[in-house]
Design a protein around this ligand. Structure first.
Ligand code: F6P
Length: 551
């Protein structure tokens, strides 16, 4: 096994340490004294314009970060990932989400199998199914066309599909809508199916392993609801499940055990991590909703960014630079969190999606060889769409004591162009996007506050120190390709950080203990005295109180 390089032992780290102790970030002065700064630190990435100039970035910092990437071999590990080497060491797996979006003309043989051919064979099956549902050729048991598609999954089998569905709402076929059930809280399933018509509803059970308790429980509850709703209408159940339930999984044998016809199951492979799977058959719900052509554009968007990431040197490589900047903030400025603030209502689930991508990937304390990490690792990702966030938590970003680097994402062309009293509402919205990063970077001095006639006693409260780092991302519009580009950008940012820290960003052992304990605790919750006695005092007390409350 290749030993990870300890980043703290590299000359680049020493250089960054020196730079950190001598650099006094002063964005006002940096911009005033360097008219070329904005242009020099702005980049084109596919359709995305990425402005890094309001970061703690200088030419020296950029060079040292690029040197760090070389020293820990980010380019080499990236190439190994693209080539299908087993870089997911703890699970002994290849990590090949980039293969999911390569053109059919490519070929990549991994472990004796041409994975690109497999990907396109599955895509063809997904697209054919999507076409049949969209055209009305695929009907429910009573011959009616499908109007609602319900995706049942959790984690990577839910967050990607729901985020992209919301982001691409304007592309959804008229007369069709999708819902997403994920939580094992029975309220989720009950509320999502309550007003559905069983004759026009199709369920997609998405689970990589097809063993996930939440998903299988929800799938059974949905099937029970469906059969009961048919019975209520006096409709014969024979053959109905096959017409209303399909599956997405790597475990096709388990799909069959559940009672779903393997012909109606779409496969993927162990080399696709759950949180990297929206571009696999896990996106079947999306292919149905937005259509195969738009889904193909979505994949093409990922590929544009993959190509950039694969071929650019670190100092010119946008995802790599953004990942390295995150390392700069986390390890040198001790930033504990990172905000992602889309100025696009349709991206309202983007931060939730990124939380799994980044935090399940990089929330680790040991390196891929089992040794302890030598630095802080994954920061907390969070966010809400602007302008809602402005009226909630921006106060803390502007005037709090913590450093919170933030990414601002906007699209130039709105999905719903609207005027209010002659004013383009989208332009009002984008003015906020622009104003916030300017305010965060340049702040407001005491002198400026006084000049407005502010009483001296409240001058300090109205001062903005500025120097809050932000990245601005501007896309032409929220198209399927752009959404693919955004996802790929953050996937590669996450990868870069993971390699610098020497961690396996593709396993998730941290979620296992809770899953196992929940199964062990369940009998105690259900009244088993022996199981109750085996619990710690706090858990025992909570279970006892719970059982009293339930009478
Ligand atoms: O949360 C742990 C996890 O394994 C995720 O990585 C995964 O996306 C999710 O559970 C769902 O797993 P599955 O798709 O196998 O149901």
């Amino acid at each position: 096994m290749l030993t990870p390089v300890d980043p703290t032992t590299t000359p680049a780290w020493t250089r960054l340490t020196e730079l950190h102790s001598t650099l006094d970030p002063d964005l006002r002065t940096w911009f005033a004294e360097d008219p070329g700064r904005a242009e020099r630190f702005s980049f084109e990435l596919g359709d995305l314009f990425v402005d890094l100039s309001k970061n703690y970035l200088t030419d020296e910092v950029r060079a040292a970060l690029a040197e760090l990437a070389e020293a820990v071999d980010v380019p080499g590990r990236r190439d190994a990932m693209y080539a299908g080497e087993h870089i997911n060491v703890t699970e002994d797996r290849a990590v090949l989400h980039t293969a999911l979006r390569r053109p059919a003309t490519d070929s990549l043989v991994v472990d004796g199998q041409d994975v690109i051919a497999d990907v396109h064979a599955t895509l063809a099956k997904v697209y054919s199914f999507a076409d049949r549902v969209r055209s009305g050729q695929w009907t429910g048991v009573t011959g009616k066309r499908i109007e609602t598609v319900v995706n049942i999954g959790i984690g990577g089998s839910d967050l990607g599909p729901v985020m992209v569905y919301e982001a691409l709402k304007p592309y959804v076929q008229d007369g069709m809508s999708c819902r997403f059930i994920s939580n094992i809280d029975p309220a989720d399933c009950a509320e999502k199916v309550a007003d559905l018509d069983p004759e026009t509803t199709l369920f997609i059970i998405a689970s990589k392993t097809f063993t996930t308790l939440e998903t299988l429980t929800n799938a059974r509850m949905a099937r029970d609801w469906f059969l009961a709703a048919l019975a209520e209408r006096g409709i014969e159940a024979e053959g109905a499940v096959a017409k209303h339930f399909v599956a997405v999984s790597t475990a096709l044998d388990k799909v069959a055990e559940f009672g779903i016809d393997p012909d109606n199951a779409f496969g993927f492979w162990s080399w696709v991590g759950g949180r990297y799977s929206v571009d696999s058959a896990v996106g079947t719900v999306l292919a149905v909703a937005i259509g195969p052509e738009n889904f193909a554009d979505f994949l093409a968007g990922f590929h544009v960014v993959d190509e950039h990431f694969a071929t650019r040197a670190p100092a010119e490589n946008v995802p790599m630079l953004m990942g390295l900047l995150n390392v700069w903030y986390v390890n040198f400025y001790k930033a504990e969190s990172h905000a992602v603030l889309p100025y696009a209502q349709d991206l309202h689930r983007f931060a939730a999606y990124l939380q799994q991508l980044t935090m399940e990937s990089n929330g680790k304390s040991v390196r891929w060889d089992g040794s302890p990490v030598t630095t802080e690792t994954g920061e907390i990702f969070w966010g809400e769409p602007g302008t809602n966030g402005q009226h909630a938590f921006y106060q803390l970003i502007h005037q709090g004591t913590r450093l919170i680097p933030a990414d601002f994402i906007a699209a130039a062309t709105p999905a719903h162009p609207t005027k209010d009293g002659g004013v383009d509402v989208h332009e009002l919205f984008l003015s906020n996007y622009l104003a916030q990063t300017a305010a965060l970077a340049f702040g407001k001095t005491a002198q400026e506050v006084r000049a407005e006639g502010t009483p001296e006693a409240i001058v300090p409260a109205r001062v903005f120190t500025g120097n809050k780092p932000t990245t601005s991302i501007l896309a032409p519009a929220l198209t399927p390709s752009v959404v693919g580009q955004l996802i790929a950008l953050y996937e590669h940012i996450t990868f870069t950080q993971g390699i610098v820290w020497g961690i396996d960003s593709f396993d998730q052992w941290g979620v296992e203990l809770g899953k196992k304990l929940a199964l062990e605790i369940a009998p105690a919750v259900q009244g088993d005295a022996e199981a109750l006695a085996a619990q710690d005092a706090s858990t025992r007390g909570l279970i006892t109180r719970y059982r009293q409350l339930r009478g």
